[in-house]
Write a protein that binds this ligand. Structure first.
Ligand SMILES: [Zn+2]
Length: 120
C-alpha cells in the first residue's frame, strides 16, 4: 500500500474555514432571499448554534441575522438568553457568492461585516 504523500496539502486546505454541507443549504436559502447578497457571514458559536446573514457589495447587511441550531427547532437555552455574543464566537468567516471580488475588497468587507455582527 502506498503511504499518503499529500498530507501536507490536505492539512492546509482543512485549516481554511469553509461552509459545511449542512451550512450550505442554509446559505443558499439566505442568498435566495437576498438579491443584493454577494456572500453570507457565517458565525459558529461555541455552543453549536450558528448565526448567518447575507452581506452586500458595500459590506452592509443584506438580510436579517438568522440564528439557528442544526437539527433543532430552536437555538439552545444559552443563546435564547444572550443571543450569541462575540465572547462565544468559535469561528467566523464569509462564504462568498460573488467571484469577481479581489482580495483587498474581501478583506475590507470581512472586517466591516464580522466587526458589525459580533459587536452587539
Ligand atoms: Zn446556542
Amino acid at each position: 500500500m502506498k503511504s499518503k504523500t499529500r498530507n501536507k496539502k490536505e492539512k492546509v486546505v482543512s485549516l481554511e474555514l469553509r461552509a459545511q454541507k449542512n451550512e450550505e443549504a442554509m446559505i443558499a436559502g439566505i442568498l435566495e432571499g437576498s438579491p443584493e447578497g454577494i456572500g453570507v457571514a457565517v458565525i459558529r458559536l461555541d455552543c453549536g448554534c450558528k448565526k448567518m446573514a447575507a452581506v452586500n457589495r458595500q459590506g452592509e447587511p443584506a438580510s436579517k441575522v438568522v440564528i439557528y441550531r442544526d437539527n433543532s427547532e430552536s437555538v439552545c437555552e444559552q443563546c435564547k438568553q444572550d443571543n450569541g455574543p462575540f465572547a462565544r464566537v468559535a469561528a467566523q468567516f464569509i462564504h462568498w457568492q460573488a467571484t469577481d471580488l479581489d482580495g483587498a475588497t474581501r478583506l475590507k468587507i470581512e472586517a466591516k461585516v464580522l466587526g458589525t455582527y459580533t459587536s452587539h
